[in-house]
Design a protein around this ligand. Sequence first.
Ligand code: HEC
Ligand code: HEC
Length: 244
Amino acid sequence: MNLDSAKWVVGEDYNAAPTCATCHMSATKNQPLTHNVGLRLKWNNRPVHSVPAHKTDEKWGLASAKVTSEERQKNMSDVCTSCHQQNVVDNFYIQYEGLIQLYEEKFAIPGENLYKLATAVLMTNPDYAKFAQMIDFTWFEIWHHEGRRARHGASMMAPDYTHWHGTYEIAKHFYGKFIPELREIIEEYKHEPKAKEQVEALKKALDDLYKSPNHQWAVGKEDMETQKRRAGAAKAFKERYNQK
Ligand code: HEC
Ligand code: HEC
């Protein structure tokens, strides 16, 4: 790692392995050292919905907003290519952004919509208080804990965090807690005249969710083609790794 060296340029003074500083801060052959750790990040993965990093800087009125997310990605790629071939890096970004997109379309968009509709039902109750219902905690943990872990895991090539501490837990709690809690809210309020419209809207959104290709598998309605493709992939996997 050549840590005693006064000069510490990746690919020049060391290439054994990157540290946090290597990727986020230290100099490369083409870039100076920076203390703004945002300048090599294309995405802000902290909100419910991932946003291009410069958009967050814009919102906060930071001068670095003028550095676009595309430039930031190039800055990071430049770090990676100090040690790897370009195609390794390109493939990394395909996988990383594929995960962000899947999380966004499958869970973040419909989840937030259902949560808002459920909140509208709950707000018909005069005793309603913000963040006092189980559903508030459930949805918060899905995006803020598990959803972030999945995205941050993918962003730093950590499959265990992406899957077991990320998408696995999102799915477990989306289907196993969030949806049952939405159904309970519907049950509780369905005879409440004040909540009639709100309950109908929530019910409809739930029906629509299970009609979408992302979720119809969960009610046994996955289309034949997808079922065949998945069975084929499982078979190919077993053959490849010779599992009987
Ligand atoms: C191999 C390079 C590499 C190393 C080593 C690395 N990171 Fe990262 N990190 C990345 C990449 C790539 C991203 C996502 C960039 C993007 O969104 O375009 C990222 C994202 C992050 C984020 C997420 C920021 C956000 O808001 O979404 C944090 C926080 C972070 N890194 C901290 C660390 C820490 C702490 C360490 C050391 C323990 C570390 N990183 C090591 C490459 C690295
Ligand atoms: C200081 C050199 C260095 C930098 C910089 C670096 N890596 Fe690596 N990377 C390595 C080493 C060394 C390995 C481990 C190779 C091995 O075990 O055969 C590795 C492993 C990987 C792997 C896993 C490969 C596998 O076969 O499982 C991926 C993917 C990867 N790096 C992507 C990146 C990306 C993306 C970046 C930039 C965000 C980056 N690396 C930055 C040195 C680096």
